[in-house]
Design a protein around this ligand. Structure first.
Ligand SMILES: Nc1ncnc2c1ncn2[C@@H]1O[C@H](COP(=O)(O)OP(=O)(O)OP(=O)(O)O)[C@@H](O)[C@H]1O
Length: 617
């Protein structure tokens, strides 16, 4: 997988975005942290200097009064003891606000992506994972780094000044020794950022296997098929892959850092020898030894901290590139800048020579499809598994754009319409509809969230789908949580949540779609009754027939008896329309539809004969 390039320009852009974010999250906190950093940067130098003055005063009797120096040292020490507590609180508060901002920005950015293609791209998910991680950590790292740099710069400047009064040569040696460290740490930081990118796919797979073990949906199969140890092996395998890369980086880091530590010990030792020799030669006072010890140690550790901060900062900016990419990425489906309002449907929808595949490397799923869903008519779409029926549904909802050809709403290409407006006019039961871990009322109101405060509308939709009695009979009626995953509700009652059966969920999904038909022009039903019992299926289809009458609808079903009453039936095979017309016309044609219909009908006939024979025996 190719690592996205982190150029200087991209890092500067990330820095701008992150600093703006930090400032928005809490300007007062930033200012407080800045002042605190300057004060704590000045203090070590001030303390060393005050100590030197105190020693000189005690030894030679010259300089400011002892009491003044002692009081300054004591007050400074007290402030410095308190400051870290306040700074730590400011940091944590800043972190909380940043997490809120970045969580909001990432959530909104992902929801702004109107199509599905990007969400089906593994590389995008790797970026998203790093964006989530860096969005929470980088702003804080950035502010920590900036503050540490300020603190370090103040300390370094002070010590350099102090040390240069004792020995300019020594000052130059200590300062120059920081350069190799800077080069090494920058290298390590870049390597660290690239390791994180390398291990992102393994990390996502590991999380996937780990989640499977705890997910309710997978629990039955995992237990029945006994695949827990298979999944555990996979999970640990991914973990090992990621840890191998991390370990290699650790070894590299140890090698570099050991060399750097040796270098700094040599510099400190050399400095000590130089000053002790000068004191012995009477060229320096005893107070100089105290200030030198503090200055060399303080300077080395301040320089080292600056270097580490620069390196950490560099790494954070490379990682922040993922966050910035996700929150600023171009829309995946272009929309008109002006206009694009969607008017109520008057003529119908049309696919004109539509060619579509899910990815450039994938085979064509639709190959030149032409079809019309006329206004006020019910259209049925049938075909074998994989023929491309659900794909057409997704194109009608503009979840993807076709590579060739176009989809039209009353003659206007969907690409010229505002997506949100378009979707407001469509109500759909997808084949893979969602069962949300929300209350029953909320699960229906997903179809039209404004109805959340209109219990009567929710109940009417539920009644239509034949699920009202079931929902009303739940422990907390419509407010019952349809999940065993959370303990919410009154008194955190663990019994608060219940689960529905597959068919009950399907009715609920229907209720959701029916709720939306109050405001939408097109009803799409992709296998709306596959999980219903025969009675329920019959009732639902009778209702749907009446509901669809005079409304524009598209029904997909493998149960051909449920679609024979449609105004128009379209048969899809291998991504092409191969037949279309009414049930009678298609039966007369004696083609694919007639073959499928006859086969299904004869199956029922045979079953009847069989059961008659059994009864007679
Ligand atoms: N998100 C996707 N990414 C890649 N390929 C996909 C995706 N969704 C569907 N396909 C492929 O597109 C083809 C058509 O799928 P589609 O779901 O449209 O078929 P269908 O006619 O609805 O089938 P079924 O009757 O089984 O529901 C299939 O070969 C499938 O593998």
């Amino acid at each position: 997988m190719k690592r996205p390039a982190a150029t200087l320009g991209s890092r500067l852009r990330s820095l701008r975005v992150i600093l703006a974010l930090v400032w928005r999250a809490g300007p007062v906190l930033v200012l407080f942290q800045f002042v605190g950093a300057v004060v704590s940067g000045v203090w070590p130098v001030a303390m060393a200097w005050l100590t030197k003055l105190l020693i000189d005063r005690l030894v030679t009797g010259s300089g400011p009064p002892v009491m003044v120096l002692a009081v300054l040292l004591a007050v400074g020490g007290a402030v410095m003891a308190l400051l870290p507590q306040l700074m730590a609180f400011a940091n944590r508060e800043q972190q909380r606000r940043i997490v809120r901002h970045t969580s909001d920005e990432l959530f909104s950015a992902v929801c702004r992506m109107q199509g599905l293609a990007r969400l089906e791209n593994p590389e995008f998910h790797d970026r998203l994972q790093l964006a989530q991680h860096s969005g929470q950590t980088v702003p804080t790292t950035t502010i920590d780094s900036v503050l540490s740099l300020v603190r370090g710069a103040v300390t370094v400047t002070g010590f350099l000044g102090v040390l240069s009064t004792i020995s300019p040569l020594l000052t130059a040696v200590v300062a120059a020794a920081a350069l190799p460290e800077l080069v090494v740490q920058l290298r390590l930081s870049r390597r660290h950022a690239s390791v994180m990118w390398e291990i992102a796919p393994s990390e996502r797979r590991r999380i996937f296997y780990q989640r499977l073990a705890t997910e309710h949906q997978a629990a039955k199969e995992i237990r029945l098929f006994g695949i827990a140890s298979f999944l555990r092996g996979r999970m640990l395998g991914e973990l090992s892959t990621a840890q191998r890369s991390e370990r290699r980086l650790d070894f590299l880091s140890i090698r570099y850092n050991t060399t750097l530590t040796a270098l700094s010990a040599v510099v400190a030792g050399t400095a000590l020898i130089m000053v002790v020799s000068r004191i012995a030669a009477g060229q320096a006072g005893v107070g100089d030894l105290a200030v030198l010890t503090a200055a060399v140690g303080g300077l080395q550790s301040a320089l080292s901290s600056i270097v580490l901060q620069i390196a950490g900062f560099n790494e954070a900016l490379v990682l922040a590139g993922h966050y910035v990419h996700v929150v600023t990425v171009e829309p995946d489906l272009p929309e008109p800048i002006e206009g694009g309002a969607v008017h109520p449907l008057r003529r119908g929808l049309e696919l004109r020579d539509v060619w579509f595949r899910y990815d450039d490397d994938h085979p064509w799923v639709l190959r030149g499809v032409n079809l019309t869903i006329p206004y006020g008519k019910s259209v049925a779409l049938i075909g074998l598994n994989g023929a491309g029926k659900s794909t057409i549904v997704k194109l009608l909802c503009r979840l993807y754009d076709p590579q060739r050809g176009s989809v039209h709403w009353d003659g206007t290409d969907l690409r010229e319409l505002r997506i949100e407006d378009l979707r407001r006019r469509i109500s759909t039961v997808f084949q893979d509809y969602m069962a949300y871990d929300l209350t029953a009322a909320e699960n229906i109101a997903i179809g039209d969230i404004d109805a959340l405060d209109e219990p009567e509308r929710l109940r009417a939709a539920a009644r239509w789908a034949g699920i009202d009695d079931t929902l009303a009979g739940l422990p907390h009626g419509y407010d019952t949580l349809l999940s065993r995953f959370f303990t919410v509700g009154p008194d955190e009652d663990p019994e608060y949540g219940v689960l529905l059966s597959g068919g009950q969920w399907q009715r609920l999904a229907l209720a959701r779609a029916i709720l939306r038909t109050d405001t939408s022009d097109l009803l799409i039903l992709d296998e709306p009754s596959s999980g219903l019992d025969p009675d329920a299926e019959h009732t639902v289809h009778e209702k749907l027939r009446a509901h669809r009458h005079g409304r524009t609808s598209l029904l997909i079903s493998h149960r051909l008896n449920t679609i024979r009453g449609a105004d128009h039936i379209i048969v899809l095979a291998e991504g092409r329309v191969v037949e279309q017309g009414s049930h009678d016309r298609l039966m007369k044609l004696d083609g694919e539809y007639a073959r499928l219909f006859t086969r299904q009908a004869s199956g029922f006939q045979l079953d009847k004969t069989d059961s008659a024979c059994t009864c007679g025996a």
